[in-house]
Design a protein around this ligand. Structure first.
Ligand SMILES: [Zn+2]
Length: 469
C-alpha cells in the first residue's frame, strides 16, 4: 500500500511532468472509482482546465486546476502512468485524463479501492475543509513542537500503534513507517498511548518526521505489494531497520527481530529495545522531607520501588565507578575505597565538583534504572525514588510524579535532628535545591508530610487509587 513518502514521490513526478498541461478530455472507464462526483461532472468541468500544481494532505493527492481541484486517494494499489494519447489502454485502467499536448494520464488500480473527487474550488483552505479531508490530523511530516504529540495521545487508551495509524490524530503514517518509528523511539507498539511519556512522545514525533523525510528523499519504499509506477523505484527499503526483517538481528543490540500482530497488522519489533513497560511513577521531594517513609509504606503494601540512593550505595562498590571517581577525586580514595563523607563535603562547597561527580554517577544510575524497569514487565505500575528529579530535568521520563513536601520550618528542624547539624548549616543544605513549592507546582500529586504517619498513609492511599485507574 502506498504510504506518505510514496504519495509524495508520485506528486513530485506528476508535478515535474504535467504541471501547466491543459486538459482536453476525460475518459471514465469505471465510474465506481468516483466519490461524490459523477461522470457528467468530470466530462463537463475538466476540459480546458490547466493543471496549476499539486498538494498533499496525509495520503491524499490534490490536483490544483485553474478553476477546481481533483482529490485522489490511491488506497491499496492505485498507480498513475503518463503515456502518449494513442497508447493502448491496459486492463485495470479506470480513468484517463487527456491533455492538449497529446500526453495522457492513466489511472490503474487492480483492487478498485482508490477514489477520485472533483471540487469546484482550487482554494487550499476550502479544499481542506472538505469533510473527508477535514478529518485528517496534523501531517506527520510537518515540524512538531515539544509535547505536541503527547497532548494529542495522552488520553487514548489504545495501543500506540493503532493511535499512530489513526489518520484523524496524525496523518500520513502507514504500517511500514509506524513499525520503523516505534523501533527508533524504542516504544513497544502494544503500549497504551496513555502510558507514553512526554520524552517518548517527543521521540515518536521526531522520528516520524525524520523517517518520512528520508523515505521521500529515497523515493519511497518499494515492497512487493506496491510499486510506485511512473518509472520510479523507491530505495528506502534498503534503510529499513525492522519492517519485514523477522529473524534478522537488531542493529543496536543484535537481538533477533520478531513479528507480532497488532490491530491486525504485521508488526516488527526488537524485543530487547522495545519493551512493554509498566507505568512508572517518580517520587521526589527535598532533603529530609520524608521520602523514605513513603518508600517504606509502598513496600509494605507489596509494591515495587526502586530507590536511586540505594542504587548509588551499590554503585560505589563497583570497580568501574570507583575507578572513575578516584581519577577525578584522588583525595577521597584510599585503598580502592571511596570516602563518601569526604566526597560529600567537597561537592557541597564546590559546584563544579558536584557537576563532575554527577556526570560520572548519573549515567550508571539511569542505566541501572532502565534495566530494573525491563524486569518489571509484569507489573501494572512501579515507583522510582529520585531525589534530584527536577534538578536533573528527568521528569519527562516518568508517567507521573509524586512530590513529598513539608513546610520550611519543619524541614529545617528535621534535617537538624537527622544530621546533627545547626540551623544555619541545615538551611544552607536546603536552599541549594529547587524550592519545594516550585516542585509541588510541577507535580501530578503532592503529599504533605508534616503530620502523623497515619495522615501521610491516608494521602498516599488516595493517590494510589488514582494511579490504579
Ligand atoms: Zn535491539
Amino acid at each position: 500500500m502506498p504510504e506518505l513518502p510514496e504519495v509524495q514521490t508520485v506528486i513530485n513526478i506528476l508535478q515535474d511532468n504535467i504541471t501547466n498541461e491543459t486538459i482536453s478530455g476525460v475518459r471514465v472507464l469505471y465510474p465506481g472509482i468516483l466519490h461524490d462526483t459523477t461522470v457528467a461532472t468530470l466530462e463537463q468541468e475538466l476540459p480546458h482546465q490547466v493543471i496549476k500544481g499539486f498538494r498533499r494532505m496525509g495520503k491524499y493527492l490534490i490536483f490544483l486546476l485553474s478553476k477546481g481541484s481533483l482529490i485522489v486517494h490511491l488506497r491499496m494499489e492505485g498507480k498513475f502512468y503518463i503515456l502518449p494519447k494513442d497508447a493502448q489502454v491496459e486492463k485495470h485502467v479506470h480513468i484517463i485524463i487527456d491533455f492538449e499536448s497529446e500526453k495522457s494520464l492513466h489511472y490503474h488500480d487492480v483492487r478498485k479501492f482508490g477514489t477520485f473527487t472533483y471540487l469546484s474550488t482550487n482554494e487550499f483552505e476550502a479544499i481542506s475543509a472538505y469533510p473527508m479531508l477535514g478529518k485528517l490530523g496534523k501531517d506527520a511530516n510537518e515540524n512538531w513542537e515539544e509535547d505536541e504529540l503527547y497532548k494529542l495521545i495522552h488520553d487514548k487508551k489504545a495501543p500506540i500503534k493503532a493511535v499512530l495509524l489513526d489518520q484523524s490524530i496524525i496523518a500520513g503514517l502507514g504500517n511500514i513507517y509506524v513499525n520503523e518509528v516505534c523501533y527508533l523511539a524504542k516504544v513497544h507498539p502494544l503500549r497504551l498511548a496513555s502510558s507514553i511519556s512526554k520524552e517518548e512522545a517527543n521521540k515518536l514525533s521526531f522520528y516520524a518526521k525524520k523517517v518520512l523525510d528520508e523515505a521521500i528523499f529515497y523515493g519511497g519504499t518499494t515492497i512487493r505489494s506496491y510499486t510506485s509506477s511512473l518509472g520510479v523505484t523507491g530505495r528506502f527499503q534498503q534503510f529499513l531497520h525492522v519492517h519485514g526483517k523477522a529473524g534478522e538481528e537488531c542493529s543496536v543490540c543484535s537481538t533477533e527481530i520478531i513479528k507480532l500482530k497488532v490491530s491486525g497488522r504485521g508488526t516488527y519489533i526488537c524485543p530487547n529495545c522495545q519493551i512493554l513497560k509498566p507505568k512508572v511513577v517518580a517520587i521526589t521531594g527535598g532533603i529530609a522531607t520524608g521520602k523514605s517513609t513513603i518508600v517504606q509504606l509502598l513496600r509494605e503494601a507489596g509494591l515495587q520501588v526502586w530507590a536511586a540512593d540505594e542504587e548509588v550505595d551499590l554503585l560505589y562498590q563497583k570497580p568501574a565507578v570507583i575507578e572513575e571517581v578516584a581519577r577525578r577525586f584522588p583525595e577521597v580514595c584510599v585503598d580502592g575505597i571511596i570516602n563518601r563523607k569526604g566526597l560529600g563535603k567537597i561537592i557541597f562547597t564546590d559546584p563544579q565538583a558536584r557537576k563532575d561527580l554527577e556526570a560520572i554517577i548519573h549515567p550508571f544510575v539511569y542505566e541501572a534504572l532502565d534495566e530494573w524497569i525491563k524486569e518489571q514487565q509484569k507489573e501494572k505500575f512501579v515507583f522510582v525514588d529520585i531525589p534530584l528529579l527536577y534538578e536533573t530535568n528527568r521528569e519527562k521520563s516518568f508517567d507521573e510524579v509524586i512530590v513529598v513536601s513539608v513546610p520550611l520550618d519543619i524541614n529545617v528542624k528535621r534535617l537538624m535532628a537527622r544530621d546533627g547539624i545547626d540551623e544555619q548549616y541545615a538551611m544552607k543544605k536546603i536552599i541549594v535545591q529547587m524550592p519545594l513549592p516550585e516542585k509541588a507546582a510541577k507535580a501530578d500529586y503532592v503529599i504533605d508530610n508534616a503530620g502523623s504517619i497515619v495522615d501521610t498513609a491516608q494521602q498516599l492511599n488516595k493517590i494510589l487509587q488514582k494511579i490504579r485507574r
